[in-house]
Design a protein around this ligand. Structure first.
Ligand code: OMP
Length: 240
């Protein structure tokens, strides 16, 4: 089973803070750095290059969700950035997912890079069963919704999904062995849950078969991001 180093979500918009955290994360093996909307909207593609030049692989998390043509063109631009992973909303449907994959492959080919792993968002980890039913008016259970999106993503040629680690065993029932389950909503014991609803510890995520955990605030808002990262990385490693 493929297992990535923990992915650190760099959800900050201050360049000094970015550099400070990255200096502390110069450990071996290196974490993957997730650049999300906040950093990208502030600094644009340059921030991707800067992080890569510091020796980190980048997960560019822009959660594409639009009509297929727009997504294909945007994904082509992402493909040219040489990132390792990127995201798209499964709710956009098969045609949009396939367009995203096509764009990404084309962009990567243009720079002679390995294409990024394209990961579909199933249900955000800030959504629970109640929100699913009362606000989204989805009639099926969260588990069924996530399984359905995982199957759709696999059928459309995507590399994996983003889900809560709680759903990994259910997803494994319906997809192939090499399909990736990357799991945010990670909180060490005693940590604040913040706005996350479906949370799991790093050790539990490993037991449940996560291919990689995504962790933000428990590391970036810690007094010592390096120690926080290493504790989480060890916990995720040891339990497999
Ligand atoms: O796509 C994501 O990475 C993502 C999907 C999801 O369902 N839930 C989720 O929390 N994330 C991201 O994972 C990170 C979690 O951050 P923390 O809650 O601070 O650990 C954030 O950058 C979110 O954007």
């Amino acid at each position: 089973m493929i297992k990535y180093e923990p992915i650190v979500a760099l959800d900050v918009a201050n360049i000094d803070q970015v550099i400070d955290i990255l200096e502390q994360l110069q450990v071996e093996p290196r974490p993957i750095i997730k650049i999300g909307m906040e950093l990208f909207y502030h600094f644009g593609p340059d921030i991707v290059t800067q992080v890569q030049q510091l020796g980190f692989d980048v997960f560019l998390d822009l959660k594409l969700h639009d009509i297929p043509n727009t997504v294909e063109r945007a994904a082509r631009v992402i493909g040219r950035l040489g990132v390792k992973m990127t995201t798209i909303h499964a709710a956009g449907g098969a045609e949009m997912l396939a367009a995203g994959k096509r764009g990404l492959l084309q962009g990567a080919q243009e720079i002679g890079a390995q294409p990024a792993k394209l990961l579909a968002i199933t249900q955000l980890t800030s959504i629970d069963e109640q929100i699913l039913h009362t606000q989204q008016h989805v009639a099926i259970s969260l588990k069924e919704s996530v399984q359905n999106y995982a199957q759709l993503a696999q059928k459309t040629g995507l590399d994996g999904v983003i889900c809560s680690a709680l759903e990994v065993p259910f997803i494994r029932e319906v997809v192939s062995e090499k399909f990736l389950c990357i799991t945010p909503g990670i909180r060490p014991q005693q940590a604040k849950q913040d706005d996350q609803k479906r949370v799991v510890t790093p050790a539990k995520a490993a037991q449940l078969g996560s291919n990689g955990i995504v962790v933000g605030r428990p590391i970036t808002q810690s007094d010592n991001p390096q120690i926080a990262y290493q504790q989480i990385a060890n916990e995720f490693k040891e339990e497999n």
